[in-house]
Design a protein around this ligand. Structure first.
Ligand code: SF4
Length: 273
């Protein structure tokens, strides 16, 4: 019976994101930011690049590039070269192209991102009232699955946005993929995609889907899923938080249209839905 006083004390804890900012946003280690003019301290940057477990950092002619599609958010670079790398909070990190995950270069390519966003928005116009999601694990370590499962709990309650999980690809509008693209799952992943009706959207969840993450490319995996299905939105992180995945879904299917980037604002008051 302890849940009764607890429920009365806490009230409704269901998030209002994306309609309102959520207080959890600033608590997440969302991504690594590269400071402008970085690369001056070559020794520290080289040490960080050497310590990076996924080779996400490259030093090219004095410029530092960081591939968020490889970054597993271990924090080593931040500790070794704090003048160059900064751990930024927030969870709104989804990107409309693989290139956009490479910073600072990809971030500046606004035309490509705007074009990808516009084409996707046209394609999914009919999906905004209700979206059915099919999830395929293409060689995941299981961490993304925990975060995806959390989307249906009372805190995230993804059903309130008209988003539902389905077991059949024939009923699915959106394909949520996790994993590094293991050899055994390449065929089933493609079959799932082919069976989905048009229009269909693909979201790659976690850095394993972008680059293979810690697994990389090997005899057993192909370093991501992009060569097997056309990915529309990449959600970095290892694993991304449920809010990060929710942000990817909201962006991909245009839920709430023009609402943008409220996740890092001041905490919202938790009241009834
Ligand atoms: S935080 Fe990311 S970029 Fe930095 S060392 Fe870890 S994996 Fe590499």
């Amino acid at each position: 019976m302890a849940w009764i006083p607890r429920g009365l004390r806490d009230g409704v804890v269901t998030s209002r994101y994306p309609r309102r900012a959520d207080g959890y946003g600033p608590d997440f280690f969302g991504h690594v930011e590269v400071a402008p003019g970085s690369g001056d301290d070559r020794e520290a940057v080289s040490a960080a690049a050497g310590a990076c477990p996924t080779r996400a950092i490259a030093l090219d002619g004095g410029r530092v590039r960081l591939d968020r599609g490889r970054c597993v958010l271990c924090g080593r670079c931040v500790a070794l070269a704090p003048d160059t790398f900064r751990a930024d909070p927030g969870f709104e990190t989804a990107a409309f192209s693989r290139r956009a995950l490479v910073v600072p270069d990809g971030e500046g390519d606004d035309a490509e991102v705007a074009d990808a966003r516009m084409k996707l928005a046209r394609r999914v116009r009919v999906l905004r009232r209700s979206v059915n999601v099919r999830h395929v694990d293409a060689g995941s370590d299981g961490s993304e699955e925990w975060e995806i499962a959390a989307l249906t709990n009372p805190v995230y309650d993804i059903q309130r946005l008209g988003v539902f999980f389905t077991a059949s690809p024939k009923h699915a509008d959106l394909l949520l993929v996790t994993g590094a693209g293991s050899a055994g799952m390449q065929g089933p992943l493609r079959q799932t995609y082919d069976l989905m009706p048009h229009p269909k959207v693909v979201i790659a969840v976690g850095v394993d889907t972008s680059s293979g993450g810690m697994v990389g490319e090997s005899y057993a995996a192909r370093g991501g899923v992009g060569q097997f299905v056309p990915v529309d939105v990449f959600v970095p992180g290892s694993p991304p938080s449920p809010f990060g995945i929710l942000h990817g879904i909201v962006e991909a299917v245009g839920i709430l249209g023009s609402r943008r980037h409220v996740g890092a604002e001041a905490p919202a008051t938790r009241t009834a839905k």
